[in-house]
Design a protein around this ligand. Structure first.
Ligand SMILES: [Mn+2]
Length: 325
C-alpha cells in the first residue's frame, strides 16, 4: 500500500491525534505543524499540536499557532502521533519522552537525510522542506488547501530554502510556492516576517560571532560562550543565521558555529556548499540534518569540542575536495 493510502487509513481510524514538531522550531516545523493541525481539525478530529519550546513571536501570523502546547495532555488517549520535520525521536524533546506507555502509533513525515525511520509508518523524502511534502500529501488526499493552510505551508517552503536560495530547490518547489500563492498565501509578508525582520539580539550575536571568527584550510568557524549569551540576553538554541554567513564566504567549504549553552553542552551548527557534505559529520556526533545544513549537541568544555570539530571538519574538507583538474 502507498504511504498516502496508509496515512489515510491511519487518520480515518484515529480520533485523538497528537502532531509534534522539533524543539527549537523553525518556519518549516511550525508551518507543517499548523497546516496539519488545521486540516485535521477541519476533519473533526481531536487534535493536539505540541512543540517542546517557546513559540518564536515572528510566527504569530500563522493560524493555530496559539494552540500549540509544550506537552501532550496525558489524560487524552492518543491513538496516533504524527511527527513532522523530526529526524529522530529525540528531536521531539519531552513531548515524546514524557508520553505515557504504551506510546501511540507513530507516523514520521520528514525530509532529513539522516532520518532514523523511527515511526511505524514513515515517509522520508529528498525534498527542500517538510511543508512541500505536506502540500503533496494534502493534494494526493484531496484535502483542500485554504488560505490559512497555504500561509503555513508557504512559510515552511520559504524558510527552509532561505527564500528559494538553497541548492535543493527544484522547479517543483517553485510550482508548489506558486500554487500556495494562488491559494491566498502572502509571500511578501512571509519573507518579511521570517527572513528579513530579526531581533536586535540576533545582530548582537552576529557581532560577537564575527569578532571571534577564524578561518583555516577552507573551514570558517566561531564560538559563542554562555557568558556572551547572557550578556546580550540571547535565549535561542540556534545561531539565527550566523552559520550561514560564515559558510557563504567564497573561500570557505564549511562554516561552523559552536554555542555554549547554559547547561554546559555545546550546540554545533554546520553549513557547507556543494560538494561538501556536513550531514555525515553531524550524524557521527549524534546529530543529523541535510548535506548542506546540519547540527548536533556535544559535551563541554567548549575548547575541547572546538578542537574536535576543527579536526573533523578539516579531514572532511580534504577528503571531499574535488580534484584540481
Ligand atoms: Mn525542515
Amino acid at each position: 500500500m502507498s504511504f498516502v493510502a496508509e496515512f489515510r487509513q491511519a487518520i480515518e481510524g484515529a480520533q485523538h491525534i497528537l502532531a509534534v514538531t522539533h524543539v527549537g522550531p523553525d518556519g518549516d516545523a511550525l508551518g507543517s505543524l499548523t497546516a496539519v493541525g488545521q486540516a485535521l481539525s477541519r476533519l473533526g478530529k481531536q487534535i493536539t499540536m505540541a512543540c517542546d519550546s517557546d513559540m518564536p513571536s515572528r510566527f504569530n501570523y500563522l493560524a493555530f499557532i496559539d494552540r500549540v502546547v509544550k506537552r501532550a495532555d496525558h489524560r487524552v488517549p492518543y491513538d496516533l502521533l504524527i511527527a513532522l520535520d523530526c529526524g529522530d525521536e529525540l528531536r521531539m524533546g519531552d513531548v515524546y519522552a514524557h508520553l505515557p506507555e504504551p506510546k501511540p502509533f507513530v507516523v514520521n513525515i520528514d525530509h532529513h537525510i539522516t532520518n532514523t525511520y523511527f515511526g511505524r509508518l514513515n515517509w522520508v523524502a529528498d525534498c527542500p522542506s517538510t511543508a512541500e511534502m505536506i502540500y503533496h500529501l494534502f493534494n494526493d488526499l484531496g484535502w483542500e488547501i485554504d488560505k490559512n493552510i497555504a500561509m503555513s505551508l508557504l512559510t515552511g517552503v520559504v524558510t527552509d530554502t532561505l527564500g528559494f536560495r538553497t541548492p535543493n530547490v527544484t522547479p517543483t518547489t517553485l510550482r508548489v510556492a506558486s500554487a500556495l500563492m494562488e491559494a491566498g498565501a502572502d509571500l511578501p509578508l512571509i519573507t518579511m516576517q521570517t527572513l528579513n525582520l530579526k531581533p536586535l539580539s540576533t545582530l548582537r550575536l552576529w557581532q560577537i560571532g564575527l569578532n571571534q571568527m577564524k578561518i583555516e584550510d577552507g573551514l570558517m568557524w566561531t564560538t559563542i560562550t554562555s557568558r556572551d549569551r547572557e550578556m546580550i540576553g540571547y535565549r535561542n538554541d540556534s545561531s539565527s543565521g550566523l552559520v550561514n554567513l560564515l559558510a557563504d564566504v567564497n573561500r570557505v567549504a564549511i562554516g561552523v558555529v559552536l554555542m555554549e549553552m547554559e547547561d554546559g553542552t555545546i550546540r554545533v551548527g554546520f553549513r557547507s556548499r556543494p560538494p561538501y557534505d556536513v550531514a555525515a559529520l553531524a550524524k557521527k556526533l549524534g546529530g543529523g540534518g541535510h548535506p548542506q545544513a546540519a547540527g548536533c549537541t556535544m559535551e563541554g568544555p567548549l575548547a575541547k569540542a572546538e578542537a574536535q570539530i576543527i579536526e573533523m571538519c578539516k579531514v572532511a574538507i580534504t577528503q571531499q575536495s574535488p580534484a584540481d583538474n
